[in-house]
Design a protein around this ligand. Structure first.
Ligand SMILES: [Ca+2]
Length: 627
């Protein structure tokens, strides 16, 4: 009997744990660019505290803080030097404790962004690991991924495998003093930790528990599907490659005539990844009512994604995953810098597949379009939106808040911020963009031609990570960089050229602003649980400019129709979806509410949410059968 009761209690706990983040709206803060309170040009934790009421007014439930741990900031904090210390740029532990307390007092939850795939090369673990190779502390010897060189008959040395780093060049970095290479999936100052080592994993669980014990409400786990790397013995049909004497296989040749090769299959979704994440869940998240939000920017598909969010308690790994298919439509072969045009049906297919696959697996999707790594959505999903820029930002809000999943917005998105568009070298602060720009320059020196440099500038203005990282404009005061900092300070990145019209102060006073629209959409979504929990179904999948879908929940039926094009379009509600649709929210007020619609005439970037009540048909069947 006791067993039955405790199982019931456990299942109740699981049920409780799985609900609070589902209908929540997450607001991502890139602390450096949010609000500076001490005039050093960088945002800080006190700036976040200052703006807690702002987030409450908007309707936010969860704040995601970009990495705040001590870091040399080679990659803006995604290179941790000490997981137990606050980065002095952002404040100290007292500031953090204050922030957590004041957020909780207001009912706001805080989740921390943490990179556990790698640390900074400044981390003491890394220094000790190097030392251990020379006969130091054995405990740290295998905290990182060390590889021996492959030496040919002529005594030429090459790295243990041909894997290409995500940022640039070879994934292996030579350390002359110990005659070994270390592996780094990202930048060379970001060595990957070795998850094969149980001691290392235990240290990471301790880190997570330390912050959860403080009361944080969860983590955004950076690059969480990259922890398990492929060894020779792991090669198979799904992971083709060529074994080498180092024990690390070479990736298949995709770019002839060079050594480094794309190697996603060698480090993403590797052979032990589910084992590791189950252990993390059991050792950490199962013991707290905390959210695990796993970022998977490298090689995740809806089918693979299902395996990470399984609801079976024995298989549990992550609550939510951040996937990237919809923001990689403009990439050629996954290369973010090589741009391609995409068509709306491709976007509809990608979004719909994730919506369906997550629901089928009993999981829950995440809904987002921009973040600190991605450009502004309004500049990307509504191309050439000058004619309807205001509508475009509102259209994107309707889209986000009517899909199924936890909605995540990035600071400034609620202001309809766009990419700055103009190229300037002063804007290049991000290490990934800097490397790309330097390579483009080197190509020019080798006779690459001016047009290549122009293409690089275009790629940087539309895809570079600095575009969305520029400071938030709080007011129209030029002296204080739009209220971001104080009179004397220079922000670490230039402010937006249109900061005076985009600023929060002006928008909050304006009932027709993007800010007001976001606030209203958040409220509307709460008033209509069907928009949160309803079943998603795509309508008219091949239409070139209209993205339409239904959400059905209990007796409530919703139809969302969005014109992603810059031309007027007439769209007839398909007969199969019934009649009686009444608009409840529009991007613009061009049409009176309260009238039934059968045909919609939508202007550039216009969107509409329609609703109808279920009614029983004459034969007693629910109308849901025909929707
Ligand atoms: Ca500051």
């Amino acid at each position: 009997m006791t067993v039955v009761v405790s199982c019931y209690a456990l299942s109740r706990l699981a049920e409780q744990k799985s609900t609070w983040w589902k209908d929540a709206v997450v607001y991502q803060i890139f602390v450096s660019s949010f609000k500076d309170t001490n005039g050093d040009g960088y945002g800080d934790l006190r700036g976040v505290i200052e703006k807690l009421e702002y987030m409450i007014d908007l309707g936010i439930n969860i704040v995601w803080l970009s990495p705040i741990f001590d870091s040399p900031m080679y990659d803006m904090g995604y290179d941790t030097a000490d997981y137990y210390r606050i980065n002095p740029i952002f404040g100290d532990m007292e500031d953090f404790d204050n922030l957590l307390e004041q957020a909780h007092q207001r009912g706001l939850r805080i989740i921390l962004d943490i990179a556990l795939n790698h640390t900074s090369s400044e981390h003491v673990w890394f220094k000790r690991s190097v030392k251990a190779a020379k006969g130091g502390d054995e405990y740290f010897k295998d905290f990182y991924i060390w590889g021996d060189p492959i030496v040919d008959e002529d005594r030429n040395r090459r790295p243990p495998s041909n894997w290409e780093s995500v940022f640039e060049g070879c994934m292996w970095e030579w350390v002359p003093e110990i005659q070994k290479y270390y592996l780094h999936v990202f930048g060379r100052a970001q060595p990957d930790v070795n998850w094969e080592n149980p001691n290392l994993r235990n240290e990471l669980w301790k880190v997570l528990r330390f912050w959860l014990d403080k009361g944080v409400d969860g983590f955004r786990l950076d690059a969480i599907n990259c922890m398990s790397k492929v060894r020779n013995q792991d090669l198979c049909a799904q992971r083709p490659g060529k074994p080498t004497v180092s024990g690390w296989p070479d990736a298949p040749i995709s770019t002839p005539n060079r050594f480094e090769q794309k190697a996603n299959e060698m480090f993403a979704n590797g052979p032990r990844i589910h084992e590791y994440l189950k252990e993390m869940h059991q050792q950490v998240f199962a013991r707290y009512d905390a959210l695990s939000l796993g970022e998977m920017s490298c090689g995740i598909t809806p089918e693979l994604g299902q395996d990470f969010i399984a609801r079976d308690p024995n298989e549990q790994q992550l609550d939510l995953i951040l996937h990237f298919e919809h923001v990689e439509l403009d990439c050629v072969d996954g290369d973010k810098w090589v741009l391609r045009d995409w068509e709306l049906p491709e976007l509809k297919a990608a979004v719909s597949k994730w919506q369906t696959c997550m629901a089928e697996a009993g999981g829950w999707d995440t809904i987002w379009i921009e973040n600190h790594d991605q450009p502004r959505g309004a500049s990307r999903f509504c191309k050439d939106a000058e004619r309807g820029q205001l509508n475009a930002a509102k259209l994107l809000a309707i889209w986000l808040f009517t899909l199924q999943g936890t909605v995540i917005i990035f600071q400034g998105q609620e202001l309809g911020m766009t990419n700055p568009e103009e190229f300037s070298e002063e804007m290049i602060r991000d290490i990934e963009t800097r490397i790309y720009w330097d390579v483009a320059h080197a190509d020019l020196a080798l006779g690459g031609g001016d047009h290549k440099l122009e293409m690089a500038k275009k790629a940087i203005t539309s895809k570079g990570r600095d575009a969305s990282r520029i400071p938030i404009p709080w007011n129209s005061n030029h002296e204080t960089s739009g209220g971001f900092t104080d009179n004397s300070a220079k922000p670490w990145l230039p402010i937006h050229p249109h900061f005076a019209t985009l600023c929060a102060e002006a928008q909050r006073r304006n009932p027709a602003s993007v800010w007001t629209f976001y606030r209203d959409m958040i409220r509307l979504r709460r008033q209509h649980p069907g928009l949160i929990y309803g079943t998603y179904q795509l309508v008219d999948e091949h239409h070139p400019s209209v993205f339409a879908y239904t959400r059905i929940h209990g007796g409530n039926f919703y139809l969302i129709v969005l014109n992603f094009g810059r031309e007027y379009v007439e769209w007839e509600v398909p007969q199969a979806h019934g009649r009686g649709w009444v608009p409840i929210k529009l991007t613009s007020d061009y049409e009176p509410l309260g009238l039934e619609v059968t045909k919609l005439r939508l202007g550039p970037y216009d969107g509409v949410i329609c609703k109808r009540e279920s009614c029983k048909a004459a034969n007693g069947d629910s109308e849901s059968d025909i929707v």
